[in-house]
Ligand binder design. Structure first.
Ligand code: HBI
Ligand code: FE
Length: 291
């Protein structure tokens, strides 16, 4: 899987350190690559007011993330570290789970240095610089979110020891990548997968197709997910404090409990769910019918 995903981008053959980091080699980006960043950034920036959570929008400005050019990770890291101590570590693509968790546990966010090719502008199969920097980095400037992701990294190391990565990966998927947050003004996006996707930024909040269900740690850890389309169920946290509080614990006992429970399908509602919106699934049905 790693081999397949590392086949094409120009960093794949760059010399790599023991921790899988590489040299970003910022001056090697072409004008076309900076221009691609600019277009992705502008498109997303237009969509996000009123959709992204306030913490994200504020941090994007405080970090001086700009559409002008692909950021230099070292400079951006200096700005980010001044808020929370997190830094950005350039990588060529997906890295092994244990290495990924080691970075997070040490407040280093591994970010793809390459930018997606023009032919994959809307959909990409592995995280690139736009997804990782635009989608993930702003919230790392939020002190509570920053502690949550560090705790997740430590939890990842533990999940590997216990053979429970499948449970923990679902938590990451339904929060860090595809999480929504409830605010006084309504639902907002905080997940990076949604934040960096023009289609899903609208779909996740406004479409009648998916379920939207209140965050429940054990429930999420039982829930399967699909990687190739919009989510059938989104989970909604009350706050990053909630996320941190519930995840700042050893999951050993929880994993024991989960081993007795069946998995839940991505589209299914479960007993005990606090359902905010029940999906009508028309998007998925129409797509299935067309396929
Ligand atoms: N590598 N570069 C990169 N980015 C990720 O998000 C990532 C990874 N390796 C493993 C991994 N994620 C998974 O372990 C977790 O998402 C569960
Ligand atoms: Fe991601």
């Amino acid at each position: 899987m790693l081999e397949a995903s590392q086949k094409k981008n120009r960093y794949a053959s760059a010399p790599r350190n023991a921790d899988w980091t590489i040299d970003q080699n910022w001056s090697s980006y072409s004008p076309e690559e900076h221009d691609r960043w600019n277009r992705l950034f502008a498109r997303q920036e237009n969509l996000l007011p009123g959709r992204a959570c306030d913490a994200f929008l504020a941090a994007k400005d405080r970090l001086q993330l700009s559409r002008a050019e692909i950021p230099d990770f070292a400079e951006l890291s200096d700005r980010l570290a001044a808020f929370t101590g997190w830094r950005i570590a350039p990588v060529a693509g997906l890295i092994p789970d244990d290495v990924f968790f080691d970075h997070l546990a040490s407040r280093r966010f591994p970010a793809g240095a390459f930018i997606r090719p023009e032919c994959e502008l809307d959909y990409l199969s592995e995280p690139d610089v736009f997804h990782d920097i635009f989608g993930h980095v702003p919230l790392l400037a939020d002190p509570v979110y920053a502690r949550f992701l560090e705790a997740y990294g430590k939890g990842g190391q533990r999940a590997l020891e216990l053979g429970r990565l499948h449970n923990l990966a679902r938590l990451y998927w339904y929060t860090v990548e595809f999480g929504l947050i409830a605010t006084r003004d309504g639902l907002r996006i905080f997940g990076a997968g949604i934040m960096s996707s023009p289609g899903e930024a609208i779909f996740s909040l406004e479409d009648s197709s998916p379920n939207r269900v209140a965050f429940d740690l054990a429930r999420i850890m039982c829930t399967k997910y699909i990687i190739s389309d919009y989510q059938q169920t989104y989970f909604v946290v009350e706050s990053f404090e909630q996320l941190l509080d519930e995840c700042y614990q050893d999951f050993g006992a929880l994993y024991e409990r989960l081993s007795l429970l069946p998995d839940i399908e991505a589209h299914a509602l479960a007993p005990g769910d606090r359902v905010l919106t029940r999906g009508d699934f028309h998007y998925f049905r129409e797509k299935g019918a067309a396929a």
